[in-house]
Design a protein around this ligand. Structure first.
Ligand SMILES: [Zn+2]
Length: 287
């Protein structure tokens, strides 16, 4: 389909040949809108950010694969390169001020006299959400992990714990299973996991999973290692209340039956997440 378009204005700045987009963006530019569209600029000052749609009028190349200093062998649609079929550029700029038909902006990566095709208010809601989320994370970095435990998405926990542990294995899955159970036990009592400390014996894959899910770490002095070689975890608060969790003697048969050795590691790890916690561990309440 053939589409005809007309420019609605032009870019004015002191860059007359294509240089690195990052460098152009540091310059202030003016977007001069044709007088006949002036009415369309009503209330433009209420926009902090604008999307500027422009035409790369001095680029006539069309490439499907882009390779340059910044980009190596990427499909053109995965880049912002000007050598594209319709030579259209879209850039989000910050509006500094508007005077008559002139918009003073920063962040534009178009050179002097580039024809402008459109100016649009920028929808920043996606960025805003991310910023709000990041500011919550700044205050409480574990919030995503806690939410994932509460929504019982154990597979997601497994993959995230794997980022700490370095691989995904049945052991770390066991730690995730056990850690989620501990967190739920503490929350069921309407208490704060931060008030608890864990004592463990074996530094192994299971322990990494437990550490990730519960946040009981040696750096916060919430994890104490004791000599011993059993899967045995004591989780207590300052009053000595809590739980002793031990792998039970009869669990081997149950685990072996559900997790045959020939099953791939990742499959076995995912299977572990579905095991019955109380068939693997004995729990004693400490008071
Ligand atoms: Zn492991």
């Amino acid at each position: 389909m053939k589409i005809e378009m007309h420019s609605i204005g032009k870019v004015i700045n002191d860059i007359n040949e294509m240089i690195s987009p990052g460098l152009i963006r540091n310059h202030q530019s003016i977007i001069e809108i044709d007088e006949k569209y002036l009415e369309g600029l009503k209330d433009i000052s209420t926009c902090k950010y604008l999307d500027i749609v422009f035409f790369f009028d001095r680029n006539h190349e069309e490439k499907m694969i882009i390779s340059n200093k910044a980009v190596h062998d990427k499909g053109v649609f995965a880049t912002r390169a000007p050598s594209r079929p319709n030579h259209i550029g879209i850039t989000t700029v910050e509006l500094l001020k508007a005077e008559g038909n002139r918009l003073f902006v920063t962040g534009l990566d178009a050179i002097n006299l580039t024809p402008v095709l459109d100016v649009k208010s920028c929808d920043t809601s996606l960025f805003d959400k991310e910023q709000i989320h990041n500011s919550i994370l700044g205050e409480n970095p574990r919030i995503d992990i806690d939410r994932t435990i509460r929504s019982d998405d154990r597979e997601d926990l497994l993959y995230k714990a794997g980022q700490l542990h370095g691989h995904i294995c049945p052991g770390i899955a066991m730690g995730v299973l056990c850690g989620a159970e501990i967190m739920n036990k503490i929350w069921d009592k309407k208490e704060d996991p931060y008030d608890y400390t864990m004592t463990a014996e074996q530094p192994n894959c299971v322990l990494d999973g437990l550490m990730f899910v519960t946040g009981f770490t040696p750096g916060k002095r919430k994890l104490i290692l004791e000599p011993g070689d059993r899967m045995r975890y004591k989780i207590v608060n300052k009053e000595g209340k809590g739980w002793l969790i031990e792998s039970s003697d009869h669990n081997r048969a149950y685990i072996n039956e559900l997790l045959p050795d020939e099953m791939p590691k990742l499959e076995r790890a995912k299977k572990v997440l579905k095991l019955d916690f109380y068939k693997i561990f004995d729990v004693t309440e400490l008071s």
